[in-house]
Ligand binder design. Structure first.
Ligand code: AMP
Length: 586
């Protein structure tokens, strides 16, 4: 297939914001694509040359693209840089420059999808200094054979900003429209989908294709399978090592009773819901592992201290296990919330130092593949038994997530309280005979956590600090509203930083000082002007404050510059949350 066809398709996609129209444009192109360039097309449509989980990036800087353009067209890099600044889109600059250049040049070869894909893939594998000239060469080979429109989209692909507004679901639907014309078509005039089968059958079809994608995360695989033999070959898409699976997720519930209503009046597997982050771990062979996040990013290098732990404490040749990586305080050994370890995910430097400062414990709760065998169709309980078989637990290294299988709602309530006391988020409820299904599904996994609705409150008072902090406020009085009155609901000093933040004691003091109305001892009364967003563990009844309520463990999360004092939460909001949180769980 000529790359020009793809470039025209990008152009058409960019011109419309309507999803159905985009789907139709894509489906028409997919129909025309032969087997030998379908994989390439599937990746390029998402502006990539690899499946999404592949961490390799095209990674061409605008500087290199400009140099290649300069080499092809003879226009100076400075001039191109200026044009780029003016237009803000190097793709459009490339289009214009190639247009001018083409007029003076006659011979050029037609670019194919395969050729563009090949050169861009080579670029991604060729990182670092010393390769600059070779990279410029590869890009300029493409530019010198490109039409203006092709140059525009080659440039955007190189810079990884395609701007055609095509999401995962649109590609999935376009594959269905392309390969199942007997089930669905599109009426351009009326802008309507025409179903040639029942809605249920169509939904089932969508679900099957989505499932195949959830397993492989690779539209190249899905498109090729569909082209080969329709639905029957989708079954051939296998989960595999180094190909992360979309994780199974949970639906939120507010009470224990809801879990039994939803999953049936039978025993449920309840597990601690931990506040770490999802780690899908693949053992490929001895000392060879991959760790992927929930969004399928490869974070093996950032967490390489876990490899010896896995090697020592797991017993199998290969597997894919589902885990939560839980941060803990190296001194107290208490769990740390996700925010404190999240910085490790993107870390490129000082990885060893970070591993010591922010250690994690692997909490294993599921297994999808063991010694080459796919376990996803096994029951939840069978999979959990296999987890127990291969893990040799040791605290702070690797453990099996604590669980309770019961029908007794009272026991669940105790287990829930225990989990919260341990610093966890709540509980997960899992149906005993459920298979592993990527995504969120009814009658699958459920999550139970305390209701947390942050409140927007006014700062109506503050207290001067002591010692080093005498010249600044160290705690702040928070109020909600009742009509035009302000009612106090708590006092907060947490969440505000000493330095290196927008939200420091110094900056808040500076902001609030002009609003002082009265001073009494170390306490000041402030004109309510500043609104802050506040998180808390719980709302309690309290005689201490004139609202009659108090926030337990309040923490300021940010200043709401966007909210005026009239927009803060009122006492009715507080009462509503209080009542909701005290609703019986069982
Ligand atoms: P949420 O992010 O609130 O939708 O909750 C889903 C997340 O909870 C998953 O992606 C996991 O990272 C996390 N999680 C914590 N504990 C468990 C558990 N026992 N089973 C499954 N997921 C868990």
């Amino acid at each position: 297939m000529d790359y020009l066809e793809l470039a025209r398709c990008y152009d058409d996609l960019e011109k419309t914001s309507k999803r159905l129209e985009k789907t139709e444009i894509l489906a028409a192109l997919i129909k025309k694509t032969t087997k030998d360039s379908l994989r390439e097309l599937a990746y390029l449509l998402r502006g990539r040359v690899f499946p999404i989980y592949d961490e390799r990036k095209i990674g061409v800087s605008s500087k290199i693209a400009i140099k290649a353009l300069a080499q092809t067209t003879g226009v100076s890099p400075e001039k191109i840089e200026n044009l780029f600044k003016k237009k803000g889109d190097l793709g459009i600059v490339a289009e214009e420059l190639i247009k001018e250049n083409k007029q003076s040049k006659l011979t050029s070869q037609r670019l194919t999808v395969k050729k563009v894909f090949e050169n861009i893939s080579k670029l991604a594998d060729m990182q670092g200094a010393g390769t600059v000239n070779r990279r410029i060469q590869l890009i300029s080979e493409l530019f010198s054979n490109a039409t203006p429109l092709e140059a525009k989209y080659i440039t955007r692909t190189l810079l990884e900003i395609l701007r055609i507004g095509v999401a995962e679901g649109t590609i999935r639907d376009s594959l269905i429209w392309a390969f199942f014309p007997d089930r669905v078509s599109y009426d351009k005039e009326k802008e309507e989908i025409i179903l040639k089968c029942s809605r249920e059958e169509y939904n089932e079809l969508v679900e099957k294709v989505q499932h195949a994608y959830n397993l492989s995360n690779d539209f190249g695989d899905v498109a090729l399978s569909l082209k080969e033999n329709g639905l029957s070959s989708l079954g051939k898409i296998k989960i595999g090592l180094e190909k992360p699976i979309n994780p199974m997720l949970a639906i939120k519930i507010d009470t224990i009773k809801e879990a039994y209503d939803e999953l049936g009046d039978e025993e449920i597997l309840w597990e601690y819901k931990l506040d770490g982050f999802r780690g899908q771990i693949h053992k490929i062979g001895k000392n060879k592992y991959k760790i992927y996040t929930r969004r399928l990013e490869d974070v093996t290098n950032q967490f390489k201290e876990l490899i010896p732990v896995l090697e020592k404490h797991t017993n199998a040749d290969s597997y894919i296990i589902d885990t939560e990586l839980m941060g803990y305080d190296p001194k107290t050994k208490r769990p740390r919330p996700f925010q404190s370890i999240s910085q490790r995910i993107k870390r490129k430097h000082n990885i060893e130092e970070m591993a010591k400062k922010f250690p994690v414990e692997i909490n294993v709760f599921d297994i999808m593949l063991l010694n080459g065998k796919n376990l996803m169709d096994l029951k939840q309980t069978e999979r959990r038994n296999l987890v127990k078989k291969i893990i040799k637990p040791e605290k702070q290294k690797i453990i099996i997530t604590k669980a309770l299988i019961t029908k007794d709602k009272k026991k669940v309530e105790e287990f829930y309280k225990e989990s919260l006391k341990m610093g966890n988020e709540g509980l997960m409820a899992k149906k005993l005979d459920k298979e592993y299904l990527p995504g969120r599904h009814v009658k699958g996994w459920l999550k139970l956590k305390p209701i947390k609705e942050p409140l927007d409150l006014a700062i109506t008072g503050a207290q001067w600090g002591e010692g080093k902090r005498t010249s600044m406020f160290s705690s702040f009085i928070l109020s909600c509203k009742e009509k035009d009155k302000f009612l106090e609901i708590g006092r907060v000093g947490t969440g505000i930083k000493e330095k290196d933040s927008e939200l420091t004691f110094v900056s808040l003091t500076k902001m609030l000082k002009p609003n002082i109305i009265k001073e009494k001892g170390s306490v000041v009364e402030l004109k309510p002007k500043i609104v802050v967003e506040v998180n808390y563990e719980e709302i309690q009844r309290s005689p201490t404050y004139n609202s009659g309520y108090a926030l337990r463990f309040p923490r300021v999360t940010r200043i709401r510059y966007d909210k005026s004092i009239n927009d803060i939460n009122n006492i009715d909001d507080v009462k509503r949350i209080y009542n909701k949180q005290n609703k019986s769980l069982i």
